[in-house]
Design a protein around this ligand. Structure first.
Ligand SMILES: [Zn+2]
Length: 469
């Protein structure tokens, strides 16, 4: 690891340790209690609330609200990541997950080194009967004798910490196509916010189309980072191979928007319990730059977005991705939130144009990946008056930027097995391949009837406002 990255990583670790020591007057007692219970969270992205040790190898673990903030909605409780020790390997360990914010069944993951992760089998994870009725008394019980060593790390889903991001940045930094810079520092811990530009610099800008990607506005939506790795890996491989389609794109990537939340172990918010996704505050009279009411993390990304919105060197018709992960039923595939619709009685020509571009790109991703939800019959326009990133792109670029949220999922995603990290990276690979086809033929963007056949049923997908707010 280069020295600067190592220092930044160590800095973040210090942030984490000081945060866990100061953010709560009960912290000393908490640490004492955790030491006693054999369950702890004093590592990056670690998170849990109350822990009750019922018997030597039987624990109740209660999900916590971000920052212990009881004012946050129930649906903001989802992420947990613990270290369990003080048990006999090869004998039964029980962990009962309580105070859940979502009632969906899932199989969590475990690891001995925080690098190699395994999923529990469905036979090891049982949901209480109450889960059919909602989150009240909806428990998830893990009972397993598969732990071969102690301690073991157990989590909601494959974690992806700043350490994972730095390791990945170190890996791609050697590429001749990448330039990695820092946008500024986060509002809480003052950690650097990395930014990646990827292109073949020998190709003139006038022959390139811009692609913006940002991820992890919601810090625990880790699957979006695996998708992002897949997108970048494919793009770099194709630039290495001299693929023409790759030479005519340029990627601008903010890989981790809410770094403080990731370090802290929050699910949706930063250290001040702010949900960045709904705080891209603009002044409609002059929407280019966000107002000072927006978190500094949004304003730092916004400066780069504003540069792109004003850039006339690139080909028109950019694409802007906002990557997330959604709680959903076990079989719901990844999905997107396209906007507007195709009814001229309801939508303007420009709105219909954005809708058609979005459906075309979804169609291409679906063709490449196979496991993607069909688009909704209509995307609606409620986002226009909200403060999502797509609202900002629309206010500034209209249909000249196809801005869209892609939601990865945590469970089976339409496949016959629980998703691996490579399954999710493959969605990123498919998205980059789809971008080549999309960018190659602008004449297809406005076609009246793009077939969206091949998408899997859009089941259990929350509406966009529910997903973001
Ligand atoms: Zn999200």
């Amino acid at each position: 690891m280069p020295k600067t990255r190592l220092l930044t990583a160590l800095f973040c670790l210090l942030c984490l340790l000081s945060a866990s020591a100061c953010d709560d007057s009960d912290s000393a007692q908490t640490l004492e209690k955790e030491k006693y219970t054999g369950v702890s969270t004093d590592f990056e992205s670690g998170a849990i609330g109350r822990v009750v040790r019922n018997a030597p190898q039987n624990w109740d673990i209660y999900l916590a609200a971000d920052n212990g903030n009881a004012d946050l909605p129930d649906s903001y409780r989802n992420w947990w990541y613990i270290k369990v020790e003080d048990f006999n390997p090869g004998t039964e360990v029980k962990l009962t997950l309580k105070n859940r914010g979502w009632a969906y069944y899932y199989a969590p993951v475990f690891s001995y080194d925080k690098i190699t992760w395994q999923r529990f089998d469905e036979s090891e994870v049982t949901a209480s009967d109450a889960c059919d009725e909602g989150i009240e008394d909806c428990f998830l019980e893990i009972a397993t004798d598969r732990f071969v060593q102690s301690p073991v790390y157990v989590a909601r889903f494959y974690p992806y910490t700043t350490w994972d991001m730095y390791a990945y940045l170190d890996q791609i930094e050697a590429s001749p196509w990448t330039t990695i810079t820092t946008l500024g520092q986060t509002s809480g811990y003052g950690a650097d916010i990395p930014f990646i530009k990827i292109e073949d610099p020998s190709v003139d800008d006038s022959l390139k189309r811009a692609v913006w990607i940002h991820a992890r506005s919601h810090p625990a939506e880790t699957a979006s980072s695996y998708m992002l790795e897949g997108m970048i890996n494919q793009f770099l491989d194709d630039l290495d191979a001299g693929l023409d389609a790759a030479k005519h794109l340029v990627f601008f990537v903010a890989p981790m928007h809410n770094i403080d939340g990731v370090i802290k172990g929050n699910y949706r918010t930063d250290l001040f319990s702010r949900n960045f996704e709904v705080m891209w505050y603009r002044d409609d009279a002059d929407p280019l730059y966000l107002t000072d009411d927006s978190p500094v993390e949004c304003r730092l990304l916004n400066q780069k977005m504003a540069e792109l919105a004003q850039n006339t060197d690139y080909l028109s018709g950019m694409v802007g991705f906002n990557l997330h992960s959604s709680n959903s039923p076990v079989d719901t595939p990844a999905f997107a939130y396209p906007h507007f619709g195709d009814d001229p009685a309801t939508y303007t020509a420009e709105e219909i144009s954005l809708w058609k571009k979005s459906l075309y790109l979804i169609h291409l991703i679906t063709q490449e990946y196979g496991f993607f939800s069909a688009p909704p019959a209509e995307g609606g326009s409620s986002f226009v008056t909200k403060y999502y990133p797509e609202s900002w792109w629309w206010a500034n670029m209209g249909d000249d930027c196809l801005a869209i949220t892609i939601e990865t999922v945590y469970s089976k995603g339409g496949m016959d097995h629980w998703l691996t990290r490579d399954d999710i990276r493959d969605l990123g690979v498919a998205t980059t391949l789809a971008l080549y086809d999309y960018a190659a033929d602008p004449s297809a963007w406005g076609k009246k009837a793009i077939s969206v056949g091949g998408g899997l049923p859009r089941l259990g997908v929350p509406n966009e406002d529910a997903s973001k707010e």
